[in-house]
Write a protein that binds this ligand. Structure first.
Ligand SMILES: Cc1cc2nc3c(=O)[nH]c(=O)nc-3n(C[C@H](O)[C@H](O)[C@H](O)COP(=O)(O)O)c2cc1C
Length: 352
């Protein structure tokens, strides 16, 4: 078993264990992915990654963080994604869509404008969360129970569109301080109803959404969930690794196949907590304690380091973000560094 061993998850077969991590490109208009997304995602497929994950993709307009994020709530968006899905498939890679709702972390300007709050004149909108809260200078209102039910429907519709588009898998983005995380972490969730308070109540929105999605997508399609394994906040209310293990067990019972163990999202993570492979222990603990497949993410940048994670069985996939920005050919270069044979696109064979 090594970084280039195939893996089967339901009917999905990945040719290796290297994943392009979701990375917002802030390059869309009206939620429609364009040429930039085709080249960004397509290059990493050409570069040999077994699985390409799209950046977080909003299930509805008010689920965007900025007006430059992508979505999958209408046919124009779906058709634009189809082109990208087809290209990735032509490279013998698989592609998953990361479905997402920013919740309270929305109505923000582009990163080039330091993600300041959008004014109504600039297209800003009212954001909603588990509880009334201020995020990045934007005030979120508390969602009503009816609105929570509607949100589940939006996720289901987006999941159906993703299936129609031809995506091989769906990942729910339930980390990084976005809507699902705003429910399961008591740091934000102060609700008094069945969606707040106890652990079971705080995870209810995510678990119910998973149940609804599992009912409508093909039984053979894998379902991934990215969580923040910890909040990286010193507080009795903070979400812990033990909570993540309990949550992963419940998600597994409800048909989730794979957990990506990321972290944080409500505050900046202090520098001493971030070092090569810093989140691998989360993937390892969740895998060991629940038996679910896991992905390790966070400062994985070297072939040997990535291979070790797989060889030791600490995680089932390595999910590479920024190193993939520096090197779209991370997978091909890793195979070369490890002395393992891998397919090179025929157009590029003369270089190898
Ligand atoms: C530009 C950029 C955009 C990101 N956008 C997303 C995103 O859309 N969804 C997500 O789950 N994580 C997102 N992340 C987090 C990465 O997927 C990854 O978890 C993080 O960068 C740590 O991995 P790395 O050390 O390999 O970069 C983003 C990171 C970067 C650098």
């Amino acid at each position: 078993m090594n970084l280039f061993s195939p893996i089967h998850i339901r009917n999905l077969t990945l040719k290796n264990r290297i994943v392009l991590s979701p990375m917002q490109q802030y390059s869309a208009k009206n939620g429609v992915p364009g040429n930039w997304h085709l080249v960004h995602l397509g290059s990493r497929a050409v570069g040999g990654a077994g699985l390409i994950l799209t950046e977080c993709t909003a299930v509805s307009e008010e689920g965007l963080a900025t007006l430059s994020d992508v979505g999958i709530w209408n046919d124009e968006q779906k058709n634009a994604w189809k082109n990208i899905v087809n290209f990735v498939h032509e490279q013998d890679a698989k592609i998953g869509i990361q479905l997402w709702h920013a919740g309270g972390k929305g109505s923000l300007k582009h990163p080039n404008e330091r993600m300041k709050p959008l004014t109504p004149e600039e297209g800003g909108w009212t954001v909603k969360s588990s509880s009334a809260h201020e995020f990045n200078g934007v005030f979120a209102e508390e969602l009503t129970i009816d609105e929570i039910q509607e949100l589940k429907t939006k996720f289901v519709k987006a999941a159906l569109r993703a299936v129609e588009t031809g995506f091989d898998t769906i990942e729910l983005h339930a980390g990084h301080g976005y809507l699902f995380h705003q429910f399961y972490s008591a740091v934000i969730n102060k609700r008094q109803d069945e969606y707040g308070g106890s652990f079971e109540n705080r995870i209810r929105f995510l678990v119910e959404t998973v149940q609804e999605i599992r009912k409508v997508i093909p039984a053979e399609m894998p379902l991934f969930v990215r969580i923040s394994a910890v909040d990286y906040i010193e507080s009795d209310e903070a979400w812990t690794l033990e909570d993540s293990i309990k949550l992963s067990e419940i998600l597994k019972e409800n048909g989730v196949d794979f957990i990506t163990a990321s972290g944080g999202g409500f505050t900046n993570v202090s520098k001493d907590k971030v070092f090569p492979g810093y989140q691998v222990p989360f993937a390892k603990a969740i895998k060991e304690q629940t038996g679910i497949l896991t992905g390790a993410v966070g400062m994985i940048t070297e072939a040997e380091q990535a291979n070790d994670i797989i060889v030791k069985g600490d995680a089932d996939l390595v999910i590479i973000a920024r190193e993939h920005l520096r090197d779209p050919y991370f997978a091909i270069h890793s195979a070369k560094a490890l002395g393992i044979e891998t397919e090179i696109p025929w157009q590029y064979k003369r270089a190898y």
